[in-house]
Every structure is written in C-alpha cells, then in structure tokens.
Ligand binder design. Structure first.
Ligand SMILES: Cc1ncc(COP(=O)(O)O)c(C=O)c1O
Length: 400
C-alpha cells in the first residue's frame, strides 16, 4: 500500500533516532545489555515523585461520577482554573481557567497552536540546533520550516532572526531550557528578540524542561517578555510521566484576538483527534501541579560526565538545564565519531540530527553507574579520533 510522499520523507529524516534505536538493539544482542551505554534517548530513567503516585491513587479511588466521559474539549473547568492560578502566581500575568487548554503533552500543545494559526506556506522559525520533531509538527500543518542559527553560546541571535523574517513568518518556536544544548535563554537576549519581531509573529514557548535547571538558574518568564507569546507546557519531564501525555497550552489574556484564538485552538485540538487531554491525569496534575523529580540527581550526573569529559580533553559545555550534554565532537564529522563511540558500546545522537554537525547529544537519563563504566570508552574514542584527525581534516578540506 503506498504511503504519502510527505510521510515517506519524514520517515527518512527521522532515521537518526531510528538508527540509534536499532544500533542499541543490535549492540545489546552482541555484547549483553550491561555493556551498552545508551545516551541516545531522552526518556526519564527515574520514577515519578511519590506525591504524583499518591494523587493518582486518590483520583482513581475517588471515582468521580462520569470519570471517564467526554468533557469540554478544553479540559475540566476546575482543573484549568487551578492551573491558571498557579501560572498567574508564577508569572504575574492574570491567567484564568479560560486561558488554559489541556493538551496531550507539549507535542499536543505545539501541534494545536500551529494548526490554529498556519495557512499553507506560512513560515515558522526554529533555532538551530533544534528539537527535530519541530520539523514534522510544522510540516504537519503545511507550514514551511525556516531554521536560524544560534550564537556561539547557543543563545538566540536577534540579528539573524530579524534577517530571516519575511511577510509569511507566523511564528518562532523557542525552547528553554533547551533540548539538545541544555542552555537557558537569557532575559536580555529574549527582550532583544521581542524588539525585532513584528506583529503578528507569535512566539511559541516550548517549556517542558522549565523546572529542570541547575545551580539555581531560573528560566525567564517569556510571557512577560514577549508582546505575543503562548506557553506549551508539559509534565512529561518534570514528573517523569511522558507516557501519560499531559500538558497544556496557555494563551495570555492580553494576547491580541485571544478569544478567537482560544476557539481556534480548541477546535484544532479536536480535529487533530486528541479531543481532550487524558481525563484522570488532568485531576492528578491539578492535585500536585508543582511535584517534580529530584533535579539534584540530574545535576550530579551532569557534573560527573562533564568533569570527566573535560579532564579527557573534550569541549563539553556544562548545561544549565534540561537533561542533555551537547559536546563538540573531537573530529568535525560527528557521524564518524558516533561510530567510534559505538565501537565502545556508547550510543549518542550526532549533532546533525539536530541541524548542527560537529556535535553530539548525550542524554543524562542514563544510570549513574553506566556513566562511570562508559568513561574509559569515551577516552579510547577520543584517542582514536586524534589518530584519524589529520585524515579527517584533509578530507574536509578536499570536500570544501
Ligand atoms: C524540546 C521538546 N519539546 C517537546 C517535547 C515533547 O514533549 P511531550 O512529551 O510533552 O509531548 C519534547 C520531548 O522530548 C522536547 O524535548
């Protein structure tokens, strides 16, 4: 049965993640699971906080009448009012329940807002290196992806963003703390970005990693900074429940034309087949909205890995948040270096998968013990890379 050309192309583009997955299966078979160090997947390795499981038990035991029925598409009004109150308290913006649309995670929220605002050929900017799924989300709604490079520190570059604007630009997706770099975007840079964005360009703040910051770093409140911004929020990472598909889209009450946009998003959520966010989980997150996994354990793993990589000679900036490290690969060809790591049983994702060659993403959702046991492999791969470096440089020069 033929499949659509668009999906066939997207399958091909997503092949890095698939390839790493398949490589993992094969390596485990060859070497035994204990000899494979899988840094490739951003799937939380910790259990949800106790408070979340207790709230889940309570919601299920409470067995509200019609617990499993359809509800208003935007979600239970009491849940939305509770979450709006938390968001208002945090941001200082007077959100009410009407401004919150419960969604199937951040992915559901982003797809919903894109469907609500895009006409075919409209452009959406994403910042390189980017979360690869953004491409699919934008193309899902006939949008055109426009990639814009970040600066040396992976911060947004307002001048480049300004140059990439056209009359078709409808939105800019910002993700802070960032996947894959772990960078938290600074308030001063975000203010400059706001200055260069003309009406009606909308900023979509993708914030599933907001509570996961290190060394006391605070993610600036984007809805206070931007004239036109919405928040795509998710508990997938904060509560380590990505399989439960729960999040929300928040539309600030001061957004121009917000009433129509709310209706459009609720309609889009329906059309996309989400209908509404999972019923039981709406009550759970409303009961314990701020419950969060132990961020200190991610920070400890970050320190262990970054310290070790630095001492070996890797260029591995210390992330300020999320749970990824994004080091430069010792040779420019990141795919070749990923191959060297694979020989050591280490699985990493090449930077090219995020639009930035010459880097690799290492996920900290790996047991601490695996990090410790993988370190000699990183050292051997670096040594091997140094041996082939002159060759790689020669080939690069010839290719240019
Ligand atoms: C940057 C980013 N945005 C969105 C998502 C999707 O998250 P969710 O499970 O909430 O849909 C992810 C998941 O990895 C992510 O890394």
């Amino acid at each position: 049965m033929p499949i659509s050309r668009a999906i066939a192309k997207q399958l091909e583009q997503s092949s890095w993640i698939r390839r790493m997955f398949e490589a993992g299966v094969q390596l485990r078979r060859e070497r035994g699971a204990q000899n494979v160090f899988d840094y490739s997947i951003g799937n939380p390795d910790v259990e949800p906080p106790e408070a979340v499981i207790a709230a889940l038990r309570q919601v299920v035991a409470g067995n509200r009448p019609h617990s499993h029925s359809y509800m208003p598409n935007a979600g239970y009004p009491e849940v939305r009012a509770t979450l709006a109150g938390r968001l208002a308290g945090r941001s200082g913006i007077p959100f009410t329940g009407d401004d919150i649309l419960m969604t199937n995670g951040a992915a559901g929220a982003i797809n919903t807002i894109l469907k609500a605002i895009l006409d075919p050929g409209d452009e959406v900017m994403i910042l390189t290196p980017y979360f690869p799924e953004y491409r699919f989300y934008i193309e899902n709604h006939a949008g055109r992806v426009v990639t814009v490079e970040t600066d040396q520190q992976f911060q947004p570059d307002p001048a480049r963003i300004a140059r990439a604007l056209t009359s078709r630009t409808r939105a800019l997706i910002l993700n802070s703390p960032n996947n894959p770099t772990g960078v938290v975007y600074s308030e001063s840079v975000l203010r400059e970005v706001n200055r260069v964005l003309p009406d009606p360009v909308l900023v979509i703040c993708d914030e599933p990693y907001r509570p996961l910051t290190f060394d006391g770093a605070v993610t600036p409140e984007a809805v206070r900074i931007f004239d036109r911004a919405v928040i795509a929020w998710s508990w997938s990472k904060a509560m380590a429940i990505p399989g439960e598909r729960i999040g929300y889209l928040a539309l600030p009450p001061h957004l121009p034309g917000v009433a129509q946009l709310r209706d459009a998003c609720t309609m889009a959520n329906r059309i996309l087949g989400y209908i509404n966010a999972p019923a039981i989980w709406q009550w759970v997150v409303a009961a314990v909205p701020d419950a969060c996994v132990d961020v200190a354990q991610y920070q400890a793993k970050r320190d262990l890995l970054c310290d070790a990589l630095h001492s070996m000679g890797y260029d591995a900036p210390r992330p300020q948040g999320a749970f990824y490290v994004f080091p430069r690969t010792p040779i420019p060809d990141d795919i070749e270096f990923i191959g060297l790591l694979k020989q050591e049983g280490i699985l990493a994702v090449p930077g090219i998968g995020f639009g930035r060659a010459g880097y690799m993403r290492l996920s900290l959702t790996i047991p601490r013990d695996d990090i410790e046991r993988s370190l000699p492999g990183f050292e051997r791969a670096l040594r091997r890379a140094k041996e082939i470096m002159p060759l790689a440089t020669r080939e690069l020069t010839r290719a240019v």
